[in-house]
Design a protein around this ligand. Structure first.
Ligand SMILES: *Cc1c(COP(=O)(O)O)cnc(C)c1O
Length: 368
């Protein structure tokens, strides 16, 4: 059997090498590097796809969240509730605005638990930061309900969720604003860093446009202290190229998930993510295929010996487990999950036969 890396970073380029080189020479010949036509076209396409008023290309999703929080005036004394099962970038964005991130536990869907949100609310709580992890939208109805009853803002971390929906609405379209990531390993990935802020709010959109470009408006007048966090024109063109076939990208990932489900669903040693045919109000895009496994570390070593790469996200730690960040909360569900979680290969370079071969190694490991 050939080796199957967890993610083949070179593969995305080699799949369409000549097309990408043509794009690159066209853009360099035009000298169109920053905030040019290709960026505007991609932003318009993204906004239309998501059914939101504004999509603003930014340097990365972390900056996108920071700018979204700054646009709504988050600052010192404010608390932001987030799920500890996420990348540190999510709460870091609130911390960079001077606010206090408050980690809470996950529910059975491994996403932020609405009941835990409610329990963590204090007079200082200003916002909720739901994270639509692994290409699945959080159960937004109860989250919107908590937010409404307590007068809280929702800023969504949709870094992993472009195209995923809940009750027919796109992840990233529920709150005041959201950030999406185009990091190379994300479903829509460029050849470097990239991100977008999406919002239906004209004022937030205007402020984020100022903030990403040194606080300058279209006349060059500086209105506020800004950042330099723009989505490069070339990266925007690369994204637009892939975005044209985004439906195929999603269906391949869902097909891989269906193979994993049918080949592994019977194993008592595993707890799989929801199956694509069993979404209910959800439509999942499978940014990742994260499962729980008995004897996880043994399984990973066994797969590694057979050339199959797996990953435990974020160094194997939830955010509240990083001692240097000084959190004191105990989050039993998240702690339990991190002892058992791992991810199988899930991307465009993995074939359905690869997924079958991976599943068969896993069955072999458990003697099934
Ligand atoms: C990737 C990721 C981010 C950060 O995105 P960047 O574009 O790398 O800044 C934030 N949150 C989550 C959940 C992510 O997966």
């Amino acid at each position: 059997m050939h080796a199957i890396p967890f993610f083949n970073y070179k593969g995305a380029f080699s799949a369409h090498e000549q097309a990408y080189l043509d794009l690159l020479s066209d853009i360099i010949r035009r000298g169109a590097f920053i905030q040019q036509r290709d960026l505007v076209e991609f932003e318009q396409h993204l906004a239309a796809y998501m059914g939101v008023k504004h999509a603003i290309g930014v340097g990365n999703a972390t900056d996108g969240l920071i700018m979204a929080f700054r646009a709504v005036g988050l600052g010192a004394g404010d608390e932001v509730i987030f799920p500890s099962h996420t990348m540190v970038a999510s709460p870091a964005s609130a911390a960079h605005c001077g606010a206090t991130p408050v980690p809470v536990d996950i529910g059975p869907d491994h996403l932020i638990d609405p009941a835990a949100i409610e329990a963590a609310i204090t007079p200082r709580t200003r916002a909720i930061l739901p994270v639509h992890l692994n290409g699945r939208t959080c159960n937004m109805d109860p989250i919107l309900d908590v937010a409404r009853r307590h007068g809280l803002l929702i800023i969504e971390d949709a870094a992993q969720a472009l195209g995923s929906t809940y009750n027919g609405r796109m992840a990233g379209s529920f709150g005041k604003a959201a950030a999406i990531s185009f990091y190379p390993a994300k479903i829509l990935g460029c050849f470097g860093d990239g991100g977008a802020v999406v919002t239906n709010d004209d004022d937030v959109a205007r402020t984020v446009r100022l903030l990403r470009d040194h606080g300058r408006n279209d006349d060059g007048e500086v209105e506020t202290w800004g950042l330099n966090s723009r989505l490069d024109n070339f990266q925007a063109a690369v994204l637009e190229f892939q975005f044209k076939n985004y439906a195929d990208i999603i269906s391949h990932r869902r097909a891989l998930a269906a193979v994993y489900e049918s080949e592994l669903g019977q194993l008592a040693q595993l707890a799989l993510p929801p199956a694509p045919h069993d979404d209910g109000p959800h439509f999942d895009v499978y940014q990742n295929y994260e499962l729980e496994a008995d004897d996880r570390d043994g399984l990973r070593a066994f797969l590694k010996d057979r050339g199959i790469g797996t990953l435990i996200q974020w160094g194997g730690k939830a955010v509240h487990q990083f001692a240097g960040l000084g959190f004191t909360q105990t989050l039993p569900e998240t702690d339990r999950f991190f002892q058992r979680c791992m991810m199988l290969p899930m991307n465009m370079m993995v074939t359905l036969d690869d997924a079958r071969a991976i599943a068969s190694c896993i069955r072999e490991y458990y003697g099934a």
